[in-house]
Design a protein around this ligand. Structure first.
Ligand SMILES: [Fe+2]
Ligand SMILES: [Fe+2]
Length: 393
């Protein structure tokens, strides 16, 4: 079918656009990343270079357009959007038959006010695309505002085809509307594709993102994050400066885990708390009264009790969650629970986080969507001069 449409370009000129034939075989279909209050980034990739264009705007009114020069991979920044509002976009591309377009996809920008929202968390989507497809379908049913990924996106980040096969392809519809925020795992680390598809420009390994009353902080735990490291210093200062009511830190390797063999031998009774690379961060989390620390790497689900000073502290403890179960082959946990572990499940799963005023609720659902854990947090007393500012954030 040949359908002629008319669109208004950013230049203000009108031109006919022909939608001819099926869409191209994407190397990576359009997905969103870097959601912010006034923008988002649309990424897509085809096997051959194409001039492309993204049309976008509030609601169904896609009055704006950004043209991207001929290339295989495109990362198109949409700017000047309204905070906390549903927008939509289409990707257009040119070939010998004329211009073509994807179906419209909606997304929501970050709010600047304290309004309720829900986001999803997944980790370790690597190696088993059929599992990840099921998990991604469950995530999509919840229509999260965005998706946080705690690393190990694919089994081998240096294998070009793995990114579509293991990550983007099975979650194509989800990632068309739910922007990704990611930290790298050890399976992609410094692969060129990580820098192309992932979050950062070369040289930037940390990020923070404000979303309403929440602020997220991402750290690359493949790189040094011990006391005295650049990342630890950045994180400490960023947390101190934050005025958000809720603050969550993400890095791939877990501070606490009762995995059977990654850190000691839990099944043989040899207790080890977690990954040595991130142990120094505990002091920063406790000093800043961080609400939640999310990690992956261990393929399963584990939530700690609230912890402070290597003890359970129900008043001022920090809760740690390992959520590395969105696709990879599952790990085993020691049969006896160590003191720090509140609950553990060796199942594929995802998290939904409901941010609603003075209540933050985390729910973990398995591959079939069944609820396997729930955690409700309320704001704790913050120490120091920023306490008042955070309460208003
Ligand atoms: Fe890992
Ligand atoms: Fe992993």
């Amino acid at each position: 079918m040949r359908l002629a449409l008319v669109l208004l370009l950013a230049s203000g000129t009108w031109m006919a656009v022909d939608h001819v034939g099926p869409p191209p075989t994407w190397t990576v279909a359009p997905y969103l990343r870097h959601v912010r209050a006034d923008g988002v980034t649309v990424c897509f990739e085809s096997a051959t270079p194409r001039v492309s264009r993204v049309r976008y705007g509030p609601g169904p009114d896609r009055r704006h357009a950004v043209t991207s020069a001929a290339a295989c991979f495109h990362a198109v920044d949409l700017e000047g959007l309204e905070p906390g509002r549903v927008h939509s976009y289409v990707v257009e591309w040119q070939d010998a038959d004329g211009w073509h377009a994807t179906a419209p996809a909606p997304f929501v920008t970050a709010p600047v006010e304290d309004v309720p929202f829900t986001f999803a968390v997944v980790g370790d989507t690597q190696d088993q695309p059929t599992v990840w497809r099921d998990v991604a379908a469950r995530v999509q049913e919840a229509r999260p505002a965005f998706v946080v990924h705690v690393g190990d996106l694919v089994g081998n980040g240096f294998e070009a085809e793995a990114w579509n096969r293991e990550l983007f392809g099975p979650a194509r519809e989800l990632f068309a509307s739910a922007p990704l925020l990611v930290v790298p795992g050890n399976h992609e680390e410094d692969a060129p594709a990580w820098y192309r598809y992932g979050a950062f420009a070369r040289g930037a390994h940390t990020w923070q993102r404000r979303y309403g009353s929440l602020e997220l902080f991402g750290v690359d735990s493949n790189r040094p994050c011990g006391t005295g490291s650049v990342q630890a210093a950045w994180l400490r200062e960023a947390l101190q400066r934050s005025t958000a009511r809720w603050r969550i830190v993400l890095h791939h390797h877990p501070v606490w885990s009762s995995d059977s063999d990654d850190y000691g031998d839990a099944q043989a009774g040899v207790e080890a708390s977690g990954d040595p690379r991130v142990q120094d961060l505990k002091a920063i989390y406790e000093e800043a009264d961080v609400d939640l620390v999310l990690s992956g790497h261990v393929h399963g689900y584990e939530r700690t009790w609230p912890l402070r000073g290597d003890r359970v502290d129900r008043e001022r403890g920090v809760t740690y969650i390992v959520t590395g179960g969105a696709g990879g082959y599952l790990d085993a946990f020691g049969a006896a629970p160590p003191w720090f572990s509140a609950t553990v499940r060796a199942v594929h799963h995802h998290l939904l986080v409901f941010v609603e005023g003075d209540r933050l609720t985390v729910r973990a659902h398995d591959r079939e969507g069944r609820l396997i854990d729930e955690l409700v947090l309320t704001p704790r007393e913050r120490s120091g001069a920023l306490a008042g500012a955070r309460a208003n954030g």
